[in-house]
Ligand binder design. Structure first.
Ligand SMILES: *Cc1c(COP(=O)(O)O)cnc(C)c1O
Length: 390
């Protein structure tokens, strides 16, 4: 079996068989605390009863019908999602990269309609991550994602330094179609944007005639303690992309538009066969109705603050800092220790984590993680970090 799966993730030799909230069991019966939830996908944890029930119920009615027609559940879900997020229209896809491809296409068409052939460039940030298709790889502001073997890469992308006021002065002009940013850089190292900077950069982009687009594939759906991370940054993007947690583990993405971006796409401009089928919409509806709730999000903030506070209080020499928002958490590790070695040691002791950027251990636990699971996971993490301090 393992020989049959292309090992393009450098996966661990570890096979999981089941999970319950933030706890998973491997094939040997060993228990793990899940601080990564399938890279922020299983936002309601494993085997969340209402989610399982709705998926089963929908599967009995209809799984897929194509986008030639509407599904009842799809219409209800789209309406609820637009209401909660304050967007006017949306496109559903199957992944983060696909949602971002839709945003990139929309930006290009917007540029063409509002400035002609020259307005085509999409400005992104250094250290960003936007996906693995050719266009989203090119949008990704990290050289390690641009090996020569995949060249040529598409044209019309430019990266600038985040939180750099000088960069804003020359970043945008009449060739800029869109400014495209992650609200907190996930893959790049859990790097926060300065709220005043993102306001200033968005103002400059709009003054140059461009639209502003937020990649909330990782930060969206309650991950950072507000339903969208752009809500707390308050820079009002015209386009937002979502995926990862959106359907609690089923593959789905979304690209939402409003204002100047609302009427760019017309029928035929963009489509995808599986996109937003009734099954994924049934799951996404449960996620939305659970997460878009004041008390639920309040707890996400509370648990996130608790975890960051706990790690800071340990005062370990290899920990250089703890950052993030809500349940998107990064521990910056001293250059004397590789974060990957910490990940491996954690896994041996029964804790799933992942790395981000060059020097960060990243946590994206289920938003529903219990207090007990938090304590169990933190106890393992502390023991592992201490073992590297000796
Ligand atoms: C994961 C991620 C993507 C890519 O999503 P896929 O579903 O893997 O295509 C894009 N942008 C951000 C910010 C991500 O975290």
């Amino acid at each position: 079996m393992k020989k049959m799966i292309l090992n393009n993730y450098g996966s661990f030799d570890l096979t999981f068989v089941k999970g319950k909230n933030a706890t998973m069991w491997d094939a040997k019966g060993k228990k793990y605390i899940d601080f990564i939830s399938g890279i922020g996908v299983n936002c309601l944890g494993h085997n969340y009863k209402p989610l399982v029930r709705e998926i089963a119920k929908q599967a009995k009615k209809q799984i897929h019908i194509s986008n030639y027609y509407f599904s009842d559940i799809g219409l209800v879900y789209a309406d609820e999602l637009l209401k909660v997020t304050g967007f006017e229209k949306g496109y559903f896809g199957n992944s983060g990269a696909e949602a971002n491809e839709a945003a990139i296409k929309l930006a290009r068409k917007y540029g063409q309609l509002n400035g002609g052939e020259k307005r085509k460039t999409i400005v992104t940030l250094e250290n960003s991550f936007h996906g693995r298709t050719l266009a989203t790889l090119t949008a990704t502001g990290q050289d390690k994602f641009h090996p020569e073997c995949f060249a040529p890469y598409p044209e019309g992308f430019k990266t600038i330094k985040a939180n750099d006021y000088e960069a804003i002065k020359t970043a945008f002009d009449d060739t800029t179609a869109a400014f495209f940013v992650e609200c907190i850089q996930g893959e790049g190292g859990v790097n926060l944007l300065d709220p005043a900077w993102i306001q200033a950069a968005s103002d400059a982009a709009r003054a140059a005639g461009a639209i502003v687009m937020a990649d909330e594939v990782q930060t969206g759906i309650g991950r950072t303690g507000t339903f969208l991370a752009s809500d707390f940054l308050d820079f009002k993007p015209e386009v937002v992309t979502l995926a990862k947690g959106i359907a609690g583990g089923l593959p789905m993405g979304a690209c939402l538009f409003r204002g100047k971006a609302a009427d760019v796409f017309v029928a035929g401009d963009h489509q995808s066969t599986f996109a937003g089928n009734p099954l994924v919409c049934s799951a996404a509806k449960v996620v939305l109705e659970t997460v878009a709730d004041w008390e639920f999000l309040d707890r996400v903030n509370h648990v996130g603050d608790y975890i960051r506070g706990a790690i800071s209080s340990w005062i370990l020499p290899i920990v250089k800092g703890v950052r993030g928002r809500g349940l998107m958490i990064g521990t910056q590790i001293d250059s004397s220790v590789k974060p990957f070695d910490i990940e491996v040691k954690c896994l041996e002791k029964g804790l799933c984590t992942t790395v981000a950027g060059a020097d960060v251990v990243r946590f994206l636990p289920p938003l529903t993680i219990s207090d007990k699971e938090v304590e169990q996971g933190l106890a393992i993490y502390k023991e592992v970090l201490e073992s590297f301090c000796k």
